[in-house]
Design a protein around this ligand. Structure first.
Ligand code: ADP
Ligand code: MG
Length: 467
């Protein structure tokens, strides 16, 4: 009987809709003119009832006569405590009243998600920025874990243990770029998948709007449709309890149906103040990976790549200079590059070191007379044969303490960083520690000839640099 029904249905609706909504149905039982079919979820059932009830009635009457009825058996989403899927029976509803107030999140989402004709996957706008991909996402120590986890998710969405994938890190370090790359990769492999990128801010605004217009259910239904949900900057959900509750609901549904969830945040999840515990605990189900500030080599590579992409030739010493000078984040680095290119074309001059120094003068304070902190730390660490990380670590080993104090001393001497900022860059120490270090080094220079010699030798490296 169901086969016959399917035949009629197949002929009356689009192939995509048919595949999406009817192929997954399993006929269970036919008894006393009642056909029971099994559907994958509550949501699925509601969708069928809202969109295809007329059609279903027609085929059921056709097959079973006017006494014919349809019942649904819904596979209940398995929560953590369930070992087996359960089924419940829900009798068919009457034909629902037409939905007049359909959810329209944004013009470029589904035109009208409740119009089944638009469930053509081509109409679904993923909100992805196509220029962010893995090829132009430079790999470095600063992003290795996040990048490779992202790539794993992009090639096997929903089936790795990285679900959800949570990427966190400070501003301009490449969170948004990475998650777009994931989305674009999935989209290019499986064009039919519903991939959706949304900022948390937009999510919140849409939700509030749906509360105002009484369309919360539509809002939820829309998100439940998504195969890969990418939600950026979840710290923005802080303190927004109602929105979190909705997100929790969507998260659970998607996760349980094996859909991939990718999130970003500006700090580590335990530090996300104002986020509900139950949400935070779910974030831990998958993988959390951080993004660090790019190191010197990565900054070099990023500059090279960007210039290459723009077809601009730039001498190596300029790249080095820029990579040394801009050590905060990638966004700032890009800003500097743009301004450099602009100056070069305005002045009709080739990009050289002089132009670069000029271009940076307005952007970075005292860059001409300043050796940057990174360079000092690197040089001092190398000189004392300790690792760069140990300078920022807690360890109190004698040779490391000395190296650290010397590096702080030079930072004070050669950069315009405040004591507080120096402390911050040495593993979050406070300014009194910096004062103490500077004092200790000054004292040693006065009393220890050998020490003084090494300081002078080191100093040369910085003097040459500041030249
Ligand atoms: P966030 O979302 O963490 O604030 P973005 O993803 O917006 O940072 O990155 C800022 C800029 O830096 C973007 O233009 C991005 O393309 C670029 N960027 C960041 N990381 C990298 C990287 N590893 N390789 C190339 N470009 C990068
Ligand atoms: Mg971002």
């Amino acid at each position: 009987v169901w086969k016959n029904c399917l035949q009629v249905i197949k002929d009356s609706i689009g192939e995509q809709s048919y595949k999406t909504w009817f192929v997954p149905i399993v006929p269970l039982l036919l008894k006393d003119n009642v056909l029971t079919i099994q559907v994958p979820s509550q949501f699925f059932y509601e969708w069928l009832e809202e969109h295809y009830v007329g059609l279903l009635k027609k085929v059921i009457y056709q097959e079973l006569g006017n006494e014919g009825r349809l019942e649904y058996s819904i596979i209940v989403d398995r929560g953590n405590d369930f070992n087996k899927p359960q089924t419940v029976n829900i009798p068919t509803k009457k034909i629902p009243t037409a939905i007049t107030n359909s959810y329209q999140p944004e013009q470029h989402f589904l035109k009208n998600p409740f119009d089944s004709k638009t469930i053509d996957r081509n109409f679904f706008n993923s909100q992805l920025n196509g220029s962010y991909n893995f090829e132009n996402y430079i790999e470095g120590d600063c992003n290795r874990l996040a990048r490779s986890a992202g790539y794993a998710v992009a090639t096997k969405p929903g089936t790795t243990s990285f679900n959800p994938l949570m990427v966190y890190g400070g501003v301009g370090l490449g969170k948004t770029h990475l998650v777009h790359a994931i989305g674009n990769h999935i989209k290019s492999t499986w064009p039919e998948k519903f991939v959706l990128y949304v900022s948390s801010e937009k999510f919140v605004n849409q939700f509030i709007e749906s509360l105002k217009t009484n369309t919360v259910q539509d809002f939820a239904n829309f998100y439940l449709l998504v195969d890969i949900l990418i939600i950026d900057d979840v710290q923005f959900l802080s303190g927004k309890e109602k929105t979190q509750e909705m997100f929790f609901h969507i998260f659970n549904h998607l996760h349980q149906s094996g859909k991939q969830i990718v999130m970003t945040s500006d700090c580590a999840p335990p530090k996300l103040k104002g986020l509900e515990e139950r949400l935070l605990s779910r974030f831990k189900w998958g993988l959390t990976a951080d993004l660090q500030s790019p190191d010197f080599e990565t900054r070099m590579a990023i500059i090279q790549k960007k210039m290459q992409a723009d077809g601009i030739d730039i001498p190596n010493n300029v790249i080095e200079y820029l990579a040394y000078s801009v050590d905060t984040n990638v966004r700032e680095l890009e800003g500097v590059l743009i301004s450099l290119i602009a100056q070069s074309s305005l002045n009709r001059k080739e990009i050289d070191l002089e132009l670069a120094k000029n271009a940076l003068k307005h952007i970075i304070e005292d860059v001409e007379t300043e050796v940057n902190l990174d360079f000092i730390q690197k040089t001092v660490a190398e000189y004392f044969d300790v690792t760069l990380d140990s300078l920022k670590a807690k360890t109190r080993k004698k040779e490391i303490v000395t190296a650290r104090q010397v590096a702080m001393y030079f930072a004070k001497e050669f950069t315009s960083h405040s004591l507080k900022s120096i402390g911050y860059h040495f593993g979050g120490r406070d300014h009194s520690t910096v004062i103490h270090s500077v004092q200790t080094v000054s004292d040693l220079i006065d009393t220890d000839k050998k020490f003084k010699a090494s300081i002078q030798e080191l100093q040369k490296k910085f003097k040459v640099k500041t030249g």
